[in-house]
Write a protein that binds this ligand. Structure first.
Ligand code: MSP
Length: 670
């Protein structure tokens, strides 16, 4: 029997469209579900929508439609959003489904039969946005809900109560006996002190509106929306086309935001105990994550303009995915924010994270390696064991070790750590590539060695793609496609995690194509951000010199040795130049003579020591970066250089500094 894994998200209120905060919970759960699928575990990932309650009824009324029509429309938005974001739930539960409503009534009756439900009168305060009863001490000044900053309402009505107070000791015993019931640890402490502070019975029905599950035997009452909602995790299994309760109950990980931890860590286990569940049948871990914030405030569904919210475009995850693709957003949410903590969300940071780690680290490695495949008929070259050096052995060991570390991080539900290890592996691949200098091997015709190097880089990219799959499935599959592999399709009982080296088939056809991760220039980036409602001041900021933006009072700072001021740097005149001609120089096998257009009256002659790295014809037409105010340098025999090009790398494998975009010759480098 394969190991099994059941993961859930909260079910979302449908009073407004999903925002990035909701997407966060869903994507964390999705990535974890995908990880377990890759490990061959029998996995079930549940999400859905929470559709009853006063909030929905009021919103529907505002829009002049029936609550059912309203929730139908809104629930679909969540389904569509998760699809756009590549989330892969196995089931999507709606609390308005008849089967769920009936199943919840069954559990209500069980709690009633145990004597845990009794009729009384509720008199007190209620926050409709939280759908939660409040006491004075819960509130901010002016009787405002501390989460929604809105006034709470006063209620007085007949209500059924759940005997929560009777569960105080059993709950405390649960937390003591199974501290992993609430993660992270700090949150467990909060829950424990809340319960130790004494539990009051909970009002679990309402009579002043009707949009909910009727209380069995007393249909004037509808169930409190949280009683109805929490049971979804169970009813979803029982009401599935084939009963999944046997296979998956209890949940392994239930993700919840910290705002709804109390419902899940206190009320939920109490309801289950009351319905007859033993301690072993309670969920294993309630995992409480932090908030995505903007300017420090929680991003929420309330209209824009309130403190801490973003403009509607930029908090809409669907819009973001349409403009940037789902994966940069997925990557950012999983990589940037340590689960459990709050994380500041902004779109330039989303782009930046993807650029530095996906484009420039993972994508770059593949882009640099694939061109060498032309020496092997564009197929995966063979790397016989006998030809391996210590460098390959070290690379393999590193790949296996980092894959193991990444799996441990996923097992511990630390996506950001898992991805950190993943990027580290890609970095190790880049270093190996640089150290082995395949360009020099190609040049010297050392094809056996080149085959070994290329094979190792390709294998490493394959491993990285697998490690990335939980987080960015679409781009991971795109990497695989270039390696000639089918999209990942995990099978139960088959562990796909790259714990041991290798996986490509020798001579399998490679399929180089467009770069998997886009590289945006500043202007494109600014226009993408603009589409999402973020004004990036590219033009201005590129004109502004660091010395001009520093408004802090000037301090007399003595520069440490080796540090120059901006003014020192500005004395070097760097310009873009296009190579018009390039030729070898007889008897000077290190040097090339270049004729370079720098936008001046006449082109300049530049003598450059790059003959071992470049054939002259490879340079013609290239845009280089040159120092143009360097005193002319005399190489003897009439050879004078009127400037110096920039290059880096080892002597026999130099790489000239070029421009990413074509610019007029003579453009200044700043
Ligand atoms: N319907 C209840 C849950 C019932 S589960 C039995 C609910 N819905 S919600 O739509 O308001 O929130 C759903 C999830 O989104 C919660 O986990 C909540 O913490 C999360 N988030 C909402 N805003 C968030 C951020 N700004 N950041 C991170 N997560 C946030 O509560």
């Amino acid at each position: 029997m394969p190991q099994r894994f059941y993961v859930t998200t909260p079910i979302y209120y449908v009073n407004a469209s999903p925002h990035v905060g909701n997407a966060y919970t869903t994507l964390v759960a999705d990535a974890l579900a995908r990880y377990h699928r890759l490990r061959g575990h029998r996995t079930h990932f549940l999400t859905g929508t929470d559709e009853h309650g006063l909030k929905m009824e009021r919103e529907a009324r505002k829009q002049g439609i029936t609550p059912q029509a309203f929730v139908d429309r809104m629930s679909q938005r969540f389904r569509d959003a998760w699809k756009t974001l590549d989330a892969s739930p196995d089931a999507f539960l709606r609390t308005t489904e008849a089967a769920h409503r009936e199943a919840v009534q069954k559990y209500w009756k069980r709690c009633e039969a145990r004597g845990d439900l009794y009729l009384g009168t509720y008199k007190g305060l209620y926050c409709v946005a939280c759908e939660e009863h409040k006491t004075e001490k819960d509130l901010d000044e002016g009787r405002l809900c501390p989460i929604h900053k809105r006034p709470v309402e006063e209620l007085e009505e007949p209500s059924y109560f759940f005997r929560l107070s009777a569960y105080q000791e059993r709950l405390l015993a649960l937390y003591r006996g199974r501290p992993e019931f609430v993660r992270p640890e700090g949150r467990l402490n909060e829950v424990v002190s809340f319960v130790e502070g004494g539990l009051r019975d909970l009002s679990v029905s309402r009579t002043s509106f009707s949009w909910g599950v009727p209380v069995p035997g007393d249909p004037k009452h509808v169930m409190y929306v949280w009683f109805d909602a929490l049971f979804n995790y169970l009813t979803a299994l029982e009401t599935a086309p084939t009963d999944l309760r046997e296979a998956f109950w209890p949940p392994d990980v239930q993700f919840v935001g910290k705002d709804i931890l109390r419902f899940h860590a206190v009320y939920w286990p109490a309801f289950l105990m009351s319905a007859g569940f033993t301690e072993a049948e309670l969920p294993r871990t309630i995992w409480s994550h932090g908030f995505l914030t903007s300017g420090g405030g929680k991003i929420g569904k309330t209209p824009s303009g309130e403190p801490g919210t973003l403009s509607p475009g930029t908090r809409d995850p669907v819009r973001i995915a349409e403009v940037l693709g789902a994966d940069p957003l997925r990557y950012f949410l999983l990589r940037e924010v340590a689960l459990g903590q709050d994380g500041e969300f902004n779109l330039p940071a989303v782009i930046q994270r993807a650029r530095s780690e996906l484009t420039e680290t993972v994508g770059n490695l593949l882009n640099r390696a694939l061109p060498f495949a032309k020496h092997f008929d564009c197929k995966v070259p063979e790397a016989p064991e006998a030809r391996l050096t210590d460098a390959e052995r070290a690379l393999r060991a590193r790949s296996e070790a980092l894959s193991l570390e990444a799996s441990r991080a996923w097992d511990a539900v630390c996506p950001h750590r898992a991805l950190e290890h993943t990027v580290e592996l890609a970095r190790a691949g880049n270093k190996y590539f640089d150290d082995q200098a395949p360009w020099a091997l190609a040049k010297k015709g050392e094809l056996d060695r080149l085959a070994v190097v290329l094979r190792h880089v390709l294998e490493l990219v394959r491993a990285v793609a697998v490690l990335l799959w939980p987080a960015i499935p679409s781009r991971s599959d795109a990497l695989r496609a270039q390696l000639g592999l089918d999209p990942m399709s995990p099978r139960e009982e088959m562990d796909h995690w790259p714990l041991s080296w290798g996986g490509l088939a020798t001579h399998a056809a490679l399929s180089p194509g467009q770069p998997v991760f886009p590289r945006y220039d500043k202007l494109t980036e600014a226009s993408l951000l603009k589409e999402l409602g973020v004004e990036a001041q590219v033009e201005k900021s590129s004109e502004v010199k660091p010395s001009e933006v520093n408004t802090a009072p000037k301090l007399e700072v003595k520069n440490p040795e080796g540090v120059i001021t901006y003014d020192d740097f500005a004395r070097v005149d760097l310009r873009a130049g296009r190579v018009l001609q390039a030729e070898r120089i007889p008897k000077k096998d290190q040097l090339l003579r270049l004729t370079v257009d720098l936008g001046e009256e006449a082109p300049r002659t530049i003598i450059a020591g790059i003959a071992q790295s470049y054939a002259p014809e490879a340079l013609v037409g290239k845009q280089l970066v040159l120092v143009v105010n360097l005193a002319p340098r005399d190489f003897g025999k009439g050879l004078v250089s009127h400037g110096m090009l920039l290059a880096c790398g080892p002597k026999e494998a130099l790489s000239v500094v070029t421009l990413e975009r074509d610019l007029p010759p003579g453009t200044r480098v700043k």
